[in-house]
Write a protein that binds this ligand. Structure first.
Ligand SMILES: Nc1ncnc2c1ncn2[C@@H]1O[C@H](COP(=O)(O)OP(=O)(O)O)[C@@H](O)[C@H]1O
Ligand SMILES: [Mg+2]
Length: 229
């Protein structure tokens, strides 16, 4: 790892809410290698979602620095273009658009790219195949199970070939069978696409899929454990 530029380098991140009464992050340092798969665990309220929002340039730290492939994170007016180019997000509650089909949901982020409508359709079909949902392309989210919805959301997150995929409790609303399937899918995508993957989770079995588990408490990292490959 020596000499390799980290995908993400975070130093001294702080963020407070409520006029400083709530300190969500208290000087957090984290380095993530390109192509790494890490899990972030810790009790509810310890700052996991706040951290993930910063890694995804959805929020800026109040103090501290963030870099991406050795470059500082973009200023606010360029954050949305930066996200569209580099980052995919997956959330606990899927956030699919209910009136669109699975395929159309996957196409949505591609409207920010230069792809033609035909390229968008073909890529959506390819991504739904990748997540094992070819046969559900035309179905709306209400027709799909929770596990299937999350797989559509993962396909959508991959729409613009992100080099960083961020998932906030992606198995939090799934039963254990579907949770295991979603984690197998993340492992497969990580292996096949080489995407840097950061998964926030409550579940120990989910964290067990990652190469490194980072444990947070009170807005800081308290332990890091590497898993043997
Ligand atoms: N928009 C907000 N306004 C006020 N407090 C917030 C806000 N977002 C998060 N917090 C607080 O910041 C702390 C960290 O929250 P969060 O990052 O969501 O933790 P986690 O994802 O680990 O549960 C918590 O105390 C939470 O209540
Ligand atoms: Mg959270």
């Amino acid at each position: 790892m020596m000499g390799q530029t980290p995908r993400i380098e975070a130093q001294g991140l702080t963020r407070s809410y409520d006029g400083g009464r709530i300190a969500a992050l208290r000087g957090l340092d984290l380095s993530i290698a390109a192509g790494e798969f890490i899990a972030i665990v810790g009790p509810s309220g310890c700052g996991k979602s706040t951290l993930l929002a910063m890694l995804g340039a959805l929020e800026a730290p109040q103090t501290g620095t963030l870099s991406f492939d050795g470059e500082p994170f973009p200023p606010p007016h360029r954050a949305s273009a930066f996200r569209a180019e580099h980052i995919g997000f997956v959330f606990q509650s899927f956030h699919l658009l209910p009136t669109l089909s699975a395929a159309e949901n996957v196409e949505v982020p591609m409207f920010e790219s230069t792809r033609s409508s035909r390229q968008r359709r073909e890529r959506a079909r390819m991504l739904l195949h990748l997540v094992g949902l070819d046969h559900r392309s035309n179905d709306r989210p209400s027709m799909l199970s929770g596990g299937e919805r999350q797989r559509v959301a993962i396909a959508r997150a991959l729409a613009n070939q992100p080099t960083l995929l961020l998932a906030d409790e992606p198995t939090g609303s799934l039963d254990s069978v579907n949770a295991a399937r979603v984690m197998q899918l993340f492992e497969q995508l990580h292996a096949e696409l080489g995407t840097t993957l950061v998964v926030v989770t409550h579940a120990a079995e989910v964290a067990g899929h990652a190469q490194r588990v980072v444990r947070m408490q009170d807005g800081r990292i308290i332990t890091e454990v590497e898993h043997a490959a």
